[in-house]
Design a binder for this molecule. Structure first.
Ligand SMILES: Cc1ncc(COP(=O)(O)O)c(C=O)c1O
Length: 369
């Protein structure tokens, strides 16, 4: 591109590292020379049981795909109001929780404004802040992955506008203690609690997470998703619980048709299929405990306790990326991050019992190679 044209690009975007997209399953299967059905996909915290049959039926039954979706997501938001016990005015849906992270940041970040990020954690907060030209004040977690509260307080004093807290945290799987959250909520910043995995921490009832604090803390936002517990990652639907002063502004910048007709129908049907979906979540939680026990017996891995649907493992005495690649060549996908804080770790999503067995047999094969 000529220098003149490249100057059209906003400098904060030109300076941004490109996002590394995941390799689509079909492409990877072809590369490995394996049928797609043979791939054990434990790298993206997806739900191995897929959508509820009722969600698939709802998609099939819907006859309005030639009409734009309801921009106010009325049926879905009213179902979510019953599910969460929050007023409909405080609920807004997005094309995944990812879109809501982006919307919140676009609402509050001017170039040069700062957010607090507590790595290792989900990467989109940092990524989306960068797109807005925001600065990221990094407050790394302690060795046990707990939050460094004094450092967070110092970062807030530097004028950060918001903090993003993942609860349970991805990829470490640990919960956010209530005492930590209460202390952070006293800071004069927006506190976004990303509860993408909360259903796996509270598998026996509609999750509460931090939602019981919303009435007392006008600086609290909660983000959730249908991608994990409801198995709708491919449809892209999430929701947020916002204080009214914020939701009123978010409505102004949300794309009107951000959640598709199919996604809205499937999400409503999922909320109506709660008993079945909760049974699946409970099966995943039971499998998480079995997987943890079995991984603890593998000499080259140290798994960390998790209340989510994945387990982070430290890889001992060998290169974590090499281990990930060796598993991948055999059709088992786990996640490795090329970041200094996580270079020696892999994250394994909890799958079905059969997938756990294949994973463990494949690890044994690689280790004994
Ligand atoms: C912590 C966290 N938040 C949000 C998301 C994205 O959710 P969604 O699929 O709803 O965009 C993920 C996905 O992995 C996640 O791990």
């Amino acid at each position: 591109m000529t220098p003149v044209l490249s100057q059209l690009i906003r400098p904060e975007i030109a300076d941004l590292e490109p996002y590394t997209p995941i390799v689509p399953l079909e492409v990877l299967a072809a590369r490995l020379g394996l049928p797609v059905e043979q791939i054990v996909k434990l790298d993206a915290n997806e739900n191995p049981y897929g959508p509820a049959p009722a969600a698939l039926e709802a998609i099939h039954r819907t006859a309005t795909y030639h009409i734009y979706p309801d921009p106010e997501q009325t049926a879905l938001r009213s179902a979510l109001a019953s599910y969460t016990g929050r007023p409909i005015e405080e609920i807004l849906c997005g094309a995944g929780a990812d879109e809501l992270i982006d919307l919140v940041l676009r609402l509050i970040i001017n170039p040069g404004d700062a957010i607090i990020d507590c790595p290792p954690t989900f990467g989109m907060y940092r990524f989306d802040a960068g797109i807005c030209g925001g600065r990221v004040i990094s407050v790394p977690r302690r060795a046990d992955f707990s939050l460094d509260l004094p450092a967070i307080e110092r970062a807030a004093a530097q004028g950060a506008k918001a903090i993003f807290l993942t609860a349970p945290n991805n990829p470490t799987g640990n919960p956010l203690p209530r005492t930590d959250l209460l202390r952070i909520l006293e800071l004069p910043i927006l506190v976004v609690v990303d509860e993408a995995y909360v259903e796996f921490a509270e598998p026996d009832h509609a999750p509460i997470g931090a939602s019981d604090l919303l009435d007392d803390y006008p600086n609290l936002v909660i983000l959730r998703t249908f991608s994990k517990w409801a198995g709708l990652a491919g449809l892209r639907v999430g929701y947020g619980l916002f204080p009214r002063w914020l939701s009123e502004q978010l409505w102004k910048i949300k794309q009107p048709y951000n959640v598709s007709v199919a996604a809205q129908a499937a999400a409503v049907a999922s909320l109506n299929a709660m008993t079945e979906l909760r049974r699946r979540v409970q099966a995943i939680v039971a499998e998480r405990e079995r997987l943890f026990a079995r991984l603890s017996e593998v000499a080259c891995l140290t798994p960390f306790p998790s209340v989510a649907n994945f387990i982070l493992c430290r890889v001992n005495d060998r290169d974590a990326h090499e281990l990930k690649l060796a598993l991948e060549r055999r059709g088992v996908l786990v996640r490795h991050y090329r970041t200094p804080l996580l270079d020696g770790y892999i994250r394994i999503s909890v799958g079905t019992p059969d997938q756990t067995d294949t994973l463990l047999a494949t690890i044994a094969e690689v280790v004994n190679e």
